[in-house]
Design a protein around this ligand. Structure first.
Ligand code: ITT
Length: 186
């Protein structure tokens, strides 16, 4: 079975590929242009993105594919940026988030990943959450997005200080994808 991962983000694909290979599964990258819907939850965004892709690319309805939507939820900011993470990363960036956090005593946050998997005219969702905290400054050069300011619980490194293999032990994405991949191998 050929499985496509539809994403614009090469780092996401690399993370997924490493995990897939460790589970003896094959996935392929498909970079399709689609407009991400603006909604209040990652679940609705992921499901609607899948539906949009199927509307625009009817040929894909015979294929098996998934996409993933992720967000950073900061407790002391009432879950901001959450489903708006993409826009906030582009506009405020990591420096902007650190600024918003300057006076905050609580720095706990979590990353959430929702995978939407399409097969046989059906869309299924898989979820992964990783709890942690927002660091006081940017740390590390690896990864992407908010990785330099997020340190998972029980770790002394941010995602950006980890190798891809180590990030894949802790990440939200690894959890949602592992659930999907293992459901396909049984
Ligand atoms: P897609 O094409 O797959 O949508 P994207 O990079 O736009 O790729 P998302 O919409 O899922 O990904 O991500 C929303 C924002 O959250 C985006 O700015 C990312 O940089 C950030 N983000 C998502 N996953 C992350 C991770 O594992 N580490 C750090 N930042 C992450």
């Amino acid at each position: 079975m050929e499985i496509y991962f539809i994403t614009h983000n090469p780092s996401k694909f690399e993370e997924a590929l490493e995990l897939a290979e460790s589970l003896k599964m094959a996935i392929q990258w498909k970079n399709i242009e689609y407009e991400e819907p603006q909604e209040d939850t990652l679940e609705i965004i992921a499901k609607k993105s899948c539906e949009r892709i199927l509307e625009k690319h009817s040929e894909l309805s015979d294929f098996v594919f998934f996409l993933e939507d992720a967000g950073l939820f900061i407790d002391s900011l009432n879950g901001f940026p959450g489903p708006y993470s993409s826009y906030v990363y582009k506009t405020l960036g990591n420096e902007g988030i650190l600024k918003l956090m300057e006076e905050k005593e609580t720095r706990s946050a979590f990353f959430k990943s929702i995978v939407a998997f399409y097969s046989n005219e059906e869309i299924k969702l898989y979820k992964g959450i990783t709890k942690g905290e927002i660091t006081l400054s940017k740390q590390g050069q690896g990864g992407f997005g908010f990785d330099p300011i997020f340190k998972p619980d029980k770790c002394d490194q941010t995602f950006a200080e980890m190798t891809l293999t180590t990030k894949n032990l802790y990440s939200h994405r690894q959890k949602s994808l592992r659930e999907l991949f293992t459901s396909l191998t049984v």
